[in-house]
Design a protein around this ligand. Structure first.
Ligand code: PEP
Ligand code: MN
Length: 258
């Protein structure tokens, strides 16, 4: 499946879609190497954060606008669709100018209604799909209500479960596939699952990915980095390009819509 078939969220609903790529765009070489390998592994969408939401303002905040061109070049060189997290009108406008195929709203901003409305309005023209991550403390109705703010203007919303805050310290978040399944049933929207931010550790990626596909979700988001241990953000949860290729091969053994 290539860019032209990713024009609407109902197309994602009818296909198994994998969004893979680094937590953050760090250099042009890193983005291009990731794009080439990930598209060879048959992922449909390349992700990379350009403006990173960090707990501390003193932490690295991402490369910023410079990375827009790297992603655009990755798209032109490989044909892979591209996505990044947007957090303001400015970032939405610049990603749309840079031919991004899908935009995404991160967990921290996912109940900021003025942003959701603006994203809906700015993507309504071409009905560019918008991935809405679940707020890390959002209940089902809050997540679906947030989606409605975008859907009022653009129906092409893809929900993304990414784990919720729990008491357990052994994982970064708690993967809540039950609520994600209810979201899929009740909204009729495609639901993909970000297993990387749910787990926060790479040893859970393969089993959770297999569970997500077997449970009839519409796709995955996975963080993949050419040198995971050297990643500037989320290094513990990113997998290598080789491990991603092996994961994609394993996933092929599970039929979509089992
Ligand atoms: C991300 O995908 O890089 C990210 C920051 O995710 P979340 O908004 O789910 O924390
Ligand atoms: Mn990350």
């Amino acid at each position: 499946m290539r860019i032209e078939t990713l024009g609407a969220s109902h197309e994602i609903a009818n296909n198994w879609t994998v969004v893979g790529g680094p937590c953050a765009a760090e250099s042009k070489e890193q983005v291009l190497e990731s794009a080439k390998s990930i598209s060879k592994s048959r992922a449909q969408v390349l992700r990379a954060g350009i403006w990173k939401p960090r707990t501390s303002p003193n932490s690295w905040q991402g490369v910023g606008v410079e990375a827009l061109e790297w992603m655009q070049e990755a798209k032109h060189q490989t044909g892979i669709a591209i996505t990044t997290e947007v957090n303001s009108v400015d970032t939405v406008e610049s990603t749309l100018r840079a031919e991004f195929d899908i935009l995404w709203i991160g967990s921290r901003n996912s109940t900021y209604f003025p942003l959701l409305t603006e994203v809906g309005i700015l993507t309504s023209d071409k009905q560019i799909p918008v991935i809405l991550k679940r707020g890390m403390g959002s209940e089902l109705d809050e997540w679906l209500g947030a989606a409605d703010y975008i859907r009022k203007h653009n129906p092409n919303v893809i929900l993304c479960e990414r784990g919720i805050k729990g008491f357990n310290q052994c994982t970064r978040n708690t993967l809540d596939l039950q609520t994600a399944k209810l979201a899929q049933i009740e909204s009729g929207l495609p639901v993909i699952v970000d297993i990387s931010h749910a787990a926060g550790r790479r040893d859970l990626i393969v089993p959770m990915a297999l569970a997500v596909k077997a449970a009839g979700f519409n796709g995955l988001m996975v963080e993949v980095h050419p040198e995971p241990d050297k990643a500037r953000t989320d290094s513990k949860q990113q997998i290598s390009l080789e491990d991603f290729r092996a994961l994609m091969q394993k996933l092929e053994k599970i039929p979509f819509n089992l």
